[in-house]
Write a protein that binds this ligand. Structure first.
Ligand SMILES: Cc1cc2nc3c(=O)[nH]c(=O)nc-3n(C[C@H](O)[C@H](O)[C@H](O)COP(=O)(O)OP(=O)(O)OC[C@H]3O[C@@H](n4cnc5c(N)ncnc54)[C@H](O)[C@@H]3O)c2cc1C
Length: 361
């Protein structure tokens, strides 16, 4: 079924009886050409593009819980390509370009909104660093602008730019960055992959790999053994655990990252804003809630929930940047698990085991 304005009117006039499930509840087959482990954004996108761009079939996504239950449905919704390293930036810029046509491609409203991201700078050395990053972005085909204090104030007039501890000297802006509704990303990819024949199998945890003579033959799951010619692992938050079943030790540390949302407020933030003297970042959802977060927790953990010391740190940064936030009430907070590589760069690679591929970090 294609979603469209016409379909919406038709359904509205006929009691909404024509909507079907967005994807099938597939039962696992005994064998596939491709098994993707993990029903997050990366796993579902891998399955979708394998089917759509590479014309492959017999593909399954195995998800231990439910689609979107991992980080893809827990993040602070920011999409951007404002990175510096040559190894990173083209990858994120390619992703941002995909985003620009993604909703049409998937026929799904992910509420993509290119409202821009600004990174505030609070010192001369930080200005130098941001100029360097902006130039690296431009050299890699992305967009970047340096804003002086006056321009920042035009966009965010409530900022205390003369703050004695954290004066705002300007910012780095990426106009094409913005936000996208996080869980809709998972649902959009799941629906589009399903329409290309991909089996999306929820409540199916992978518990091991069958590897013989250096080749991966399939996976052991809580719903039995499933054979595969190729297996892709996309299990952010559980990368080390899952890859340990294949005897691999990864250069990854898992940390909780927390996010927060306030009650709905009138529009105050035109885009995404980040604090340069900490990791605080904030945007306003279309419902009016301020969505924000800070740094990862300092210690390793697999706990998918928040904790009070980090609440205090994030609130301190928020208050340093815009004290008026102190009057807003926080409605919800939650945590996801970030698999951090040593330089913060993603890993997408073949492994030394034939037919086994890894995406994470
Ligand atoms: C609080 C928070 C805020 C963030 N903010 C942003 C942001 O603003 N912008 C941004 O770009 N990124 C952000 N991120 C990071 C982003 O969410 C992740 O990089 C991204 O979602 C990773 O996608 P994924 O598909 O690799 O992993 P996930 O979406 O986590 O999917 C992995 C899936 O694998 C499943 N799985 C695990 N083990 C198994 C197993 N054994 N068998 C089967 N399935 C398994 C899990 O259940 C999960 O559904 C944030 C993350 C968090 C936690």
């Amino acid at each position: 079924m294609r979603y469209s304005g016409f379909r919406l009117i038709k359904e509205a006039l006929t009691g909404h009886r024509g909507w079907g499930p967005a994807w099938r509840d597939a039962a696992p087959k005994s064998e596939y050409d491709y098994i993707i482990i993990g029903g997050g954004g990366h796993g579902l996108a891998t399955a979708y593009y394998l089917a759509k761009e590479y014309g492959q079939s017999r593909i399954a996504v195995l998800e231990k819980g439910w689609i979107g239950g991992g980080n893809v449905g827990r993040n602070t919704t920011i999409v951007r390509s404002n990175y510096m390293l040559d190894e990173n930036e083209p990858f994120y810029e390619f992703s941002l370009k995909l985003w620009e046509g993604l909703e049409q491609d998937l026929n799904y409203n992910a509420m993509m909104s290119q409202r821009g991201i600004i990174n505030l700078m609070h010192s001369d050395s930080q200005r130098d660093a941001y100029i360097r990053r902006g130039n690296a972005m431009i050299l890699n085909g992305a967009d970047a602008e340096l804003l002086d204090q006056k321009r920042v104030l035009e966009l965010y007039p409530f900022l205390n730019v003369h703050n004695a501890r954290f004066p705002v000297m300007g910012s780095l802006l990426q106009p094409r960055a913005g936000t996208a509704r996080h869980d809709a990303v998972a649902w959009g990819y799941a629906r589009a992959a399903d329409q290309h024949g991909v089996d999306i199998i929820q409540n199916c945890e992978v518990t091991g790999f069958r590897i013989e003579n250096g080749t991966c033959l399939g996976v052991e799951t809580t719903r039995g053994y499933i054979g595969a010619k190729k297996v892709g692992v996309c299990v952010a938050g559980a990368s080390s655990k899952v890859m340990s079943h294949a005897g691999m030790r990864l250069p990854i540390e898992s940390h909780v990252l927390q996010a927060f949302v306030t009650e709905g407020l009138k529009p105050i933030l035109p885009g995404v804003i980040t604090f340069g003297e900490g990791h605080f970042h904030c945007s306003q959802s279309d419902k009016g809630g301020l969505v924000f977060g800070g740094n990862i927790d300092g210690y390793n953990s697999y706990a998918q929930r928040g904790n009070l010391p980090m609440v205090e740190e994030v609130m301190q940064e928020a208050m340093a940047m815009f004290p008026m936030l102190g009057r807003a009430r926080v409605l919800r907070m939650w945590g996801g698990i970030m698999d951090m590589s040593m330089d913060g760069s993603p890993i997408i690679d073949k492994t030394h085991i034939n037919g086994l591929y890894f995406n994470g970090g």
